[in-house]
Design a protein around this ligand. Structure first.
Ligand code: 4GN
Length: 260
């Protein structure tokens, strides 16, 4: 069982997304849980404030340490231990990728801390001893969308979350190449045709074509991934040995077999 805990000022954002589609199905069937905790529920401020002005001045507001730490303590208390991973969604973090998704898919309990405003009082991040994680080099208004992206990509790697049809393509990124182009009915849409080879029924030819398309696509769109793939598959790209040609004979001498 995989449990995600999300500390946020917008719990409904987390709930309303994860209750849908594949994650919703996985939650219903007991494969995983997503629990959103509203940091505001833990404030001791008379007016329910969770933010304040930065010491030293400057623009914007910061999330205060007290509600964040009390929310975290509540979660640790409830589950009886510190979650295996405590992640703070931040543009300053290590960039999330497929490898990290595979790593996180092995963990039972993952806690996401989602910030807003200009950031969180640094002491909260120290007390929670967070791991900083980023989904890419851009800035968002909050950590909820990054957390949801991560929950989505981690969950699809958890056994049973995808059904047989859905899990077939799980290989796509893990061999290091981009997916080949795909087609479904009809065969002819306004004179745009499905490549003939896919209708041939020759599975070996189809597999070869798809692999070739994956290679071309990766070379064009993601030269960085292509270089890595080539370096890791030297045999596939080794120059083919020229075919041995029989030497022409006058028909009387014996054919030599010792040519180099
Ligand atoms: C994460 C959080 C981008 C990412 C964020 C990212 C909210 N923006 N690239 N924004 O993964 C200050 C405190 C900004 C929370 C943070």
């Amino acid at each position: 069982m995989k449990n995600y805990y999300v500390m946020t000022l917008f719990p409904e954002l987390i709930e309303n997304v994860t209750k849908e589609s594949i994650s919703g199905r996985a939650i219903k069937s007991g494969l995983m849980s997503v629990t959103a905790f509203n940091i505001r529920d833990y404030t001791k401020d008379a007016h329910n404030h969770v933010d304040d002005y930065p010491y030293g001045g400057g623009a914007g507001m910061l999330m205060q340490v007290q509600p964040v730490v009390d929310c975290y303590k509540h979660i640790v208390n409830k589950i009886g231990h510190r979650p295996a991973r405590v992640l703070f969604m931040s543009p300053q973090g290590r960039t999330f990728d497929q490898k990290m998704a595979e790593e996180l898919a092995q963990e039972e309990d993952i806690l996401f801390l989602c910030g807003h405003y200009e950031g969180i009082d640094e002491r909260a991040l120290e007390i929670l001893d967070v791991e900083n994680v980023s989904i890419g080099d851009y800035v968002l208004t909050g950590g909820e969308l990054p957390a949801l992206s991560m929950i989505d990509s981690i969950s699809r790697l958890v056994h049973g979350v995808l059904n047989k049809d859905e899990s077939h393509e799980i290989e796509s990124f893990s061999d290091g190449l981009l997916e080949y182009p795909q087609y479904t009915r009809p065969e002819n849409f306004e004179e745009h045709y499905v490549p003939k080879i896919l209708l041939s029924g020759d599975h070996k030819k189809v597999d070869e074509w798809r692999h070739q398309m994956s290679l071309e696509r990766t070379r064009e769109r993601r030269p960085d991934l292509y270089e890595k793939y080539v370096a890791e598959h030297p045999d596939e790209f080794a120059p083919k040995k020229p075919k041995r040609r029989r030497r022409k004979t006058n028909g009387t001498e014996t054919q030599s077999t010792d040519s180099i």
